[in-house]
Design a protein around this ligand. Structure first.
Ligand SMILES: Nc1ncnc2c1ncn2[C@@H]1O[C@H](COP(=O)(O)OP(=O)(O)OP(=O)(O)O)[C@@H](O)[C@H]1O
Ligand SMILES: C[C@H](N)[C@H](N)CCCCCC(=O)O
Ligand SMILES: [Mg+2]
Length: 225
């Protein structure tokens, strides 16, 4: 059975890829077949004539299921801008069917643990009145919210959860990701979120997290299964 989650965050650049990669590595180290899915990326370089996105490379490297970069990231757009605008610039229409087909394709390989990463925050437009939450709804995925711990995150975290719940989806929990080594009053912010968020705190990810954190995430991966 595949356990799948959608990973969203309080904004772009809050650590969705960083945290997802740690979780995929933890799952792999626990002997599970793990795979990341970044259906749409914006911000690519050409590597050997192939579009290559940094998030996709990170998720690909962290996955233990043998898949290609384009299976992890089927829609790769060149400029690092909002994906629907990048798509319009090259006359590409992003469809729900394409995003779902990419997910189903990975699911058919029967991984144990599949993480699908959005882009930006929750309410991401994909163009032509398609929104990333529509795709998450169709796939009926539970959501994990990565909170980039910085000033302003309290409002962003709570609004994100309100929007997810408004869309009728279940929030499995949230992860506090330390974007700097010394956020002022970090513990107080964490306590505020613990009291106010409508779902449990699943993990705290330290700034510069590495192998120690991967090991510490083993038990979370088992809980998430
Ligand atoms: N806990 C952390 N410790 C150190 N660096 C971090 C941490 N979390 C994130 N970063 C760094 O912050 C930057 C943004 O993180 P990341 O790319 O994971 O964000 P994102 O939410 O996935 O953004 P996007 O919306 O573009 O997908 C990256 O350079 C990443 O390495
Ligand atoms: C290019 C960047 N790194 C992200 N992948 C895309 C972020 C889209 C944000 C859209 C928005 O303004 O909400
Ligand atoms: Mg990312």
């Amino acid at each position: 059975m595949t356990t799948s989650y959608f990973i969203t965050g309080t904004d772009t650049e809050v650590g969705k890829t960083f945290v997802s990669s740690l979780l995929l590595k933890a799952a792999a180290a626990a002997g599970l077949q793990s795979v990341g899915y970044k259906p749409v990326s914006a911000g690519c370089e050409l590597v050997d004539g192939e579009m290559s996105n940094e998030d996709a490379r990170s998720l690909h490297a962290a996955s233990s299921l043998p898949v290609s970069l384009s299976e992890v990231n089927p829609i790769a757009l060149m400029p690092p801008i909002a994906p629907h605008i990048a798509a319009a610039q090259v006359d590409h229409t992003i469809t729900s069917e394409a995003l779902i087909a990419g997910f189903t394709h990975l699911q058919d390989k029967q991984p144990d643990f599949l993480l699908m990463e959005g882009a930006g925050g929750w309410r991401l437009p994909l163009g032509n009145d398609l929104w990333m939450p529509d795709v998450v709804k169709t796939l009926k995925l539970d959501v994990i919210v990565v909170v980039g711990m910085r000033l302003g995150c309290l409002n962003h975290a709570m609004l994100t959860c309100e929007a997810i719940q408004h869309d009728g989806l279940n929030i499995r929990g949230w992860i506090a990701n330390q974007l700097s080594p010394d956020m002022p009053v970090y513990q107080e912010n964490l306590a505020t979120l613990k009291a106010a968020m409508p779902a449990p705190l699943l993990a705290e990810i330290p700034y510069g997290a590495g192998d120690d954190t991967v090991a510490a995430l083993h038990s979370l991966v088992h809980e998430l299964r």
